[in-house]
Design a binder for this molecule. Structure first.
Ligand code: CMP
Length: 144
């Protein structure tokens, strides 16, 4: 097997066991793999900054992140997210700036999907789009 083929089949295996991607058909999963990027960040790394424009969606492959919302002069932690959980969907769904700052709390591995592919692959899948929108409204409500 070539290096590229073995990376592809390993990634396919990882994504098939990722709960969030369960409803993707095999061809959709393969399309997704072609567009996902994986990065590893150190503890303390700021992945998203509140107020920035949204350009990508993130799924945590391993590690954990904290989510902080700043209002006026106060900054409050609203969540901790772990492996298999996602973030960065709110700005993409609503076209608003980023709602919160997201910081790595450990060495964290992330799958990243650019906005165009998020719309084209994830929002086209009814089960995933529903889950993303549900989470968008719940998080929005929580941050009020
Ligand atoms: P976005 O606004 O694009 O960028 C910051 C992200 O933090 C946001 O999308 C959500 O994915 C995440 N986020 C914001 N508020 C919460 C919350 N209350 N609980 C969990 N995640 C949140």
């Amino acid at each position: 097997m070539t290096d590229t083929a073995s990376v592809f089949s390993r990634l396919r295996h990882v994504l098939q066991s990722t709960y969030f991607f369960q409803s993707l058909k095999l061809n959709e999963l393969d399309e997704l793999i072609g567009h996902l990027r994986m990065i590893r960040v150190q503890k303390g790394y700021e992945i998203i900054k509140q107020g920035d424009p949204g350009d990508a969606f993130y799924l945590i492959a391993s590690g954990k992140v904290s989510v902080w919302v700043k209002k006026g002069f106060s900054k409050k932690q609203v969540a901790t997210l772990n492996a298999d959980e996602f973030f960065g969907e709110m700005a993409l769904i609503s076209n608003e700036p980023r709602n919160a700052t997201v910081v790595a709390e450990d060495i964290t591995e992330l799958f990243i999907l650019q906005r165009y592919d998020f719309d084209k692959i994830l929002m086209k899948n009814p089960a995933i789009a529903q889950e993303l929108k549900k989470s968008y409204y719940e998080r929005k409500e929580k941050n009020k």
